[in-house]
Design a protein around this ligand. Structure first.
Ligand code: NAD
Ligand code: WQD
Length: 347
């Protein structure tokens, strides 16, 4: 079992991945500054992972832009860190348009600091959270990894920059083992309803907005456009259950640690598209609640349809998604019902 460093491990995807990795027996050191998360998430992860898990989960509250914080995270372990799973970063597209320098600082400078720390501590294995946002307005759907990288906002530019940084590093020095995982639309929660997505303020994304409407925290959903060139006119996305995504990270780590050094670039998605109205219907079915909505203008920067070609991940990682849209909605609903205010309400 490996000693792993998880940056941003308290966040939405990080917490679910920590659970999967603890259940697989790994030892984890998490570095997180809780900018967009709560320490409660990791307490619940340790509880879910079983009796001895707390001993295998250590946490440094710190910032990936701070080399002292990083050195603490790399050093405070019995074994050397064998691999890093790098989730830490900012992810709100609109905020990135307002504050591009913040996104370049946290996402790009932060990743550079983390890679420098890896060099100092002789660790050369990293799984990086990239995004389908790199593809901008896709010219072909399903989207293969060979599609053009043409992001259309500062958040996407920051992800493209880190992907390039990783490619330059792997070309400069043999021995790097790198996976650039391009997630499509991660949603849902662990089936226990103990951990899930806990957005601050008004959610930007469809799933948390829909769950908050169903629970009565928001009045109605605004559907951004019903005149897209899609079967029902609403936008189509490739939603991926966060537990499938977490298992994809485990599969990527296994491949990187077992095979020769390499640079992997893989879409993590289901290969199936669902429209906004499909999501509303599925959510109403699992919750028994109605999700009122009004149709608004298209949201600037949206594409009609983004769906992954997931065949490379299936071939290279022997991994594919197996949880359905109904399970994504059911688990998001259980999480929302058990935690109407997210982690701020203790159970
Ligand atoms: P999240 O905000 O829930 O998690 C990110 C974590 O990083 C948080 O715990 C936050 O506190 C921490 N963090 C932020 N800045 C930090 C810093 N400077 N130092 C240390 N910790 C810091 O987001 P998430 O949805 O779990 O996303 C994880 C990663 O996946 C991000 O890099 C994101 O860009 C990427 N991604 C997310 C999505 C998505 O839709 N959720 C899609 C594609 C890619
Ligand atoms: C999904 C669909 C909307 C909200 C974003 C980021 C992307 C990635 C994942 C990190 C679209 C529609 C939404 C609402 C709606 N994140 N919608 N009403 O835009 O595909 O991707 O999250 O890397 O970078 O851009 O996801 O959930 O915001 O939207 O009608 O209130 O739902 O128009 O068709 P998106 P989303």
């Amino acid at each position: 079992m490996a000693q792993l460093l998880i940056s941003g491990g308290a966040g939405f995807i990080g917490s679910h991945t920590c659970l999967v990795l603890l259940e697989a027996g790994h030892h984890l050191m998490v570095i997180d500054n809780y900018h967009n998360s709560s320490p409660e998430a990791l307490r619940r992860v340790a509880n879910l992972a079983g009796p001895d898990a707390a001993n295998r989960l250590n946490i440094v509250e710190g910032d990936i832009r701070n080399s002292d914080d990083l050195d603490r995270a790399f050093s405070n372990n019995k074994q050397d860190i064998e691999a890093v799973v790098h989730f830490a970063g900012l992810k709100a597209v609109g905020e990135s348009v307002q504050q591009p320098l913040l996104y370049w600082d946290v996402n790009v400078v932060g990743s550079c600091c983390l890679l420098q720390a890896m060099q100092r501590h002789r660790c050369r294995t990293i799984v990086f959270s990239s995004s389908a946002t790199l593809y901008g307005y896709p010219t072909q759907v399903p989207i293969p990894e060979s599609a053009a990288v043409q992001p259309i906002n500062p958040y996407g530019h920051s992800k493209a920059a880190v992907e390039q940084m990783l490619m330059d590093l792997s070309a400069s020095e043999p021995g790097w083992r790198i996976a650039r995982l391009r997630y499509f639309n991660p949603v849902g929660a662990h089936c226990s309803g103990k951990i899930g997505e806990d957005p601050r303020g008004i959610p930007n994304n469809l799933f948390p907005f829909v769950t908050q409407v169903a629970i009565g925290r928001r009045q109605e959903l605004q559907v951004f456009g019903n005149d897209w060139p899609t079967p029902d006119g609403s936008g189509v996305r490739d939603y991926i259950h966060v537990m499938d995504l977490a298992e994809g990270h485990q599969a990527a780590l296994d491949v990187l640690l077992q095979e020769d050094p390499q640079l992997l670039t893989l879409n993590l998605g289901s290969g199936t598209g669902h429209s906004v109205l499909d999501v509303v219907k599925a959510f109403e079915a699992v919750s028994g609640r109605s999700v009122p909505y009004t149709v608004q203008n298209r949201r600037p920067g949206d594409a009609a349809c983004t769906v992954a070609d997931p065949s490379q991940a299936a071939a290279r990682l022997n991994w594919s998604t197996h949880r359905s849209l109904l399970e994504m909605c059911q688990d998001a609903w259980t999480w929302q019902q058990n935690n109407p205010k997210g982690y701020s309400t203790l159970d």
